[in-house]
Design a protein around this ligand. Structure first.
Ligand code: SF4
Length: 217
């Protein structure tokens, strides 16, 4: 726990974010195959493009066996619109083949097994645990990394460091759904560059918002 940050303060900030974003941090569980595949597609890609590309991919490859048997050039064509389709196409096929051969076509409900899949890093694996299996995990993207540093909850350089540090800051019962709240807040108010502190619902609990001259604008 960062000195001076109490669990009650963390709960107050997350409650204010939940109230502001009207349940948009709520978690909808999905088919593990679709959650995993869509999360890989979403890497470095905007949400609108992710939704569009994922819909095309799932219409053609509705399950693990179909994706494992995909022809790379055809999958590449369907992936156009997301970032790095040339890298994601072979990785997705390789991933599906491993699921087919080692997990009888199922997505494993296990962090280490997920991390061993091609194209799956900690953020993707944690998102799958949350959104496919309702497991408590911290899915730390660039928004969550930036905002929790500004809040003063962590002092870290990378999302991976932030994930480790936040495990000691955010009570575990609040892990699920926290990513969606920070995503909404990072897009609307606590943006990269200059944040909009004057309209922020959690300024009361924010080190940057309380201290910075920039934040007084
Ligand atoms: S007060 Fe400013 S820096 Fe702090 S969370 Fe709000 S917008 Fe971000």
């Amino acid at each position: 726990m960062t000195p001076g940050i109490s669990p009650d303060q963390v709960r107050a900030v997350l409650a204010a974010l939940a109230a502001t974003y009207h349940g948009r941090g709520s978690v909808e569980l999905g088919d593990p195959y679709k959650v995993l595949t869509a999360t890989v597609i979403s890497q470095r890609t905007r949400e609108e493009q992710t939704t569009e590309v994922s819909s095309r991919v799932f219409a053609r490859y509705p399950d693990v066996p179909a994706l494992a048997a995909a022809e790379e050039g055809e999958l590449f064509g369907l992936l156009i619109g997301c970032q790095y389709p040339e890298a994601k196409a072979p990785r997705l096929i390789a991933m599906a083949k491993i699921l087919q051969e080692q997990y009888v076509g199922q997505v494993p409900n296990d962090l280490d097994a997920l991390l061993a899949l091609p194209g799956v890093g900690r953020k993707t694996a944690n998102c799958v645990l949350i959104y496919a299996f309702s497991r408590p995990a911290l899915c730390v993207d660039t928004h969550m990394h930036r905002i929790t540093n500004r809040l003063g909850w962590v002092e870290t350089k990378t999302p991976e460091q932030t994930e480790k540090a936040l495990e000691r800051v955010i009570p575990e019962d609040l892990w699920i759904g926290s990513n969606r709240l920070f995503l909404q807040h990072g897009r609307a108010v606590c943006r990269p560059g200059i944040p909009r502190c004057s309209r922020c619902p959690v300024r009361f609990g924010c080190a940057y918002g309380q201290d910075s001259e920039t934040a007084k604008r």
